[in-house]
Design a protein around this ligand. Structure first.
Ligand code: ZN
Length: 167
């Protein structure tokens, strides 16, 4: 697990700051890794602060990552290209937050704490973006491809036979 990436969310929004980075999948929290078949690749992410059309501070998080999840049928790894682009609106009062969510049910709203852990935000986005029941198009074919790849190279076998000393 890696260190948290902490920002002041309101400052980030009002000053229109942008931070971005690459994060190895292997460094994500166990709650993400437990959903994956392999902890490989890296997350490409960016977090931009802005003021929305209603004058509210907001954060836009954009990320992309190629993950490998277990197939729901054969449990073999299945590659999934995951991309997220979400806006989180910040509020400084519970009342305002509730009123805003009542008007717009799709609003992703949080209370503006002095510190926001961007890493946790990235992990949430990945978990929400994972397919619910990922399946290979054709599990049988996947198995066949895998079996072919696992078979030893016939030329290597031949070379080994040739190299064998007569008894
Ligand atoms: Zn499968």
């Amino acid at each position: 697990m890696s260190n948290p990436i902490l920002i002041d969310p309101l400052k980030h929004a009002f000053e229109g700051r942008r931070i971005a980075g690459k994060l190895p999948v292997a460094e994500l929290d166990e709650r993400v890794l437990s959903e994956l078949a392999e902890a490989s690749g890296e997350v490409d992410w960016a977090l931009t602060g802005f003021i929305d059309a209603l004058g509210r501070p907001a954060l836009r998080i954009v990320l992309s990552v190629a993950v490998s999840v277990p197939c729901g049928r054969c449990v073999q790894p299945l590659a999934v290209d995951l991309a997220a682009d979400s806006v989180i609106t910040l509020f400084n009062s519970e009342d305002k937050l509730e009123a805003a969510v009542e008007v717009d049910e799709t609003l992703d709203a949080i209370m503006a704490e002095p510190e926001l852990d961007v890493l946790a935000l990235i992990e949430d986005e990945i978990i929400m973006g994972l397919p619910l029941s990922p399946l290979h198009d054709d599990c049988g074919t996947e198995h066949l491809e895998r079996a072919k790849a696992d078979k030893p190279n016939p030329f290597a076998v031949l070379a080994a036979l040739k190299g064998r000393k007569p008894e």
